[in-house]
Design a protein around this ligand. Structure first.
Ligand code: PMT
Length: 400
């Protein structure tokens, strides 16, 4: 996918700059031509000689050469590129890019670049979490740039948290997927449900569940990153959808989620139902806060909610793909098979609470995918972002 592609690799002043050498090697091995643009601070962390030897191209850092006065045209470079990748991208460079502070060759090249831009942040966890950095990243996303989220782990400061630049092989895989026409979701519309539903008992109490929305939001971001327009029907969660192509519709109850999903479904190519929808709701909702003193012992009568997946399964058109989840605690494959058939799904993603690191709230998941043809594919424990990619790869093959 990268054969013959022109890639500008921007390197900034981070300890992760050494990983840029691995990125160049992988890109060159896959047939890409790499032109390195490095900031002055970047050169403190890795030498231009190493980078030039690996890329077989002189490394560009300054606007002018002191020796002969020749100048490097950031405009020509920007036009030459099929993609620009900034890895590692420091908080400082991200800030400059977000605000057009063009005081070095890397940022001027970025501003001149017409090709897609990928940014792989690398910094300390508090710097990454700081609202300034997050707002700058949101701004860059809103311009259509692709942010390759940093991973969690031990940082140069020896603190542990989110801020480690993503590994070179995963960064290169992101570019490969982008250029792989067969893996794109461009021009596709996807409905995704995520998070829990809240079923109201009175104005201060509800029946809910432990869903954090992490799995559903990872799916939404991954679909949008592949070019899809995403309709994310979300229960109450503390997460935010970041990609500009995600339209978030916030709901609270299963009934509201049902109404939204039924409205949106006819206009989409596929739906992925990741929400943990309450199967029951209280028959009566009290308008006033229920008082223990006046109520005494209390029995809640619950009535079943509509099954959103099964309802969509009934109105599904031949060219639409419907993907469900099954969250199980025993006899997993049997229950997932039953749901796959009963709800008329194309495939179902099974996760079991018996697997450590799987299911609610955690950053990882362990899934199996079971399809209509009876094929069961098991995957190892992965981050929810990686799990989302596995699910979307399966979806893309179905949409063909
Ligand atoms: O949000 P996280 O903390 O990241 O956790 C992720 C998750 C555990 C919620 C997710 O991976 C998951 O398993 N989601 C589905 C949870 C669930 O409700 O599973 P289920 O087996 O009860 O339901 C089967 C399918 O029917 C699901 O696609 C569900 O969305 C759908 N359903 C269920 C009930 C209902 N009334 N309507 C539905 O559409």
């Amino acid at each position: 996918m990268l054969k013959g592609k022109h890639i500008i690799l921007g390197i900034t002043g981070s300890i992760a700059a050494y990983k840029a050498a691995y990125i160049i090697r992988a890109l060159v091995k896959k047939g890409a031509e790499v032109q390195v643009v490095i900031t002055p601070a970047g050169k403190e962390f890795i030498t231009p000689i190493t980078l030039s030897a690996l890329s077989s191209n002189p490394v560009i850092s300054e606007f002018f050469s002191n020796r002969d006065g020749s100048w490097h045209s950031h405009v020509d470079l920007g036009l030459w590129a099929d993609a620009m990748l900034i890895a590692p991208a420091t908080a400082s460079t991200i800030g400059k890019m977000a605000n057009g502070i063009a005081d070095n060759m890397l940022v001027t090249t970025y501003l001149s670049c017409k090709a897609p831009v990928f940014i792989a942040p690398a910094m300390d966890l508090d710097m990454f979490a700081h609202p300034t950095t997050q707002q700058n990243l949101d701004r860059l996303r809103s311009f259509g740039n692709h942010i390759i989220e940093p991973a969690e782990g031990e940082l140069a400061s020896h603190l542990v948290g989110k801020g480690r630049m993503e590994e070179p092989d995963k960064i290169v895989a992101t570019l490969e997927t982008f250029f792989d026409e067969s893996m794109t979701l461009k021009d596709k519309k996807i409905l995704i449900t995520a998070g829990p539903t809240y079923e109201k008992i009175d104005p201060v109490r509800f029946i809910g569940n432990y869903s954090s929305g992490k799995m559903g939001y990872a799916l939404a971001e991954a679909c949008a990153a592949r070019g899809a327009e995403v309709f994310l029907v979300s229960g109450p969660v503390s997460l935010q959808a970041k990609h500009p192509s995600i339209h978030r519709i916030s709901i609270e109850s299963a009934e509201e989620m049902y109404q939204c999903a039924m409205d949106v479904f006819p206009s989409v190519d596929a739906a992925i139902l990741c929400a943990a929808v309450a199967d029951y709701r209280p028959e009566m909702t009290s308008a006033e806060k229920i008082k223990r003193e006046s109520t005494g012992e209390m029995t809640l009568k619950l009535v079943p909610n509509k099954d959103i997946a099964a309802s969509l399964g009934q109105i599904k058109m031949a060219d639409q793909i419907l993907v469900g989840f099954a969250l199980e605690t025993s006899d997993e494959v049997h229950h997932a098979t039953d749901k796959l058939k009963r709800k008329n799904l194309d495939f179902i993603v099974l996760n079991s609470l018996r697997d450590q690191g799987a299911g609610f709230r955690c950053d990882t998941n362990k899934i199996s995918i079971l399809d209509q043809e009876g094929t069961l594919t098991e995957y190892p424990l992965k981050s929810k972002q990686e799990v989302a990619v596995d699910i979307i790869n399966k979806l893309v093959s179905r949409l063909k």
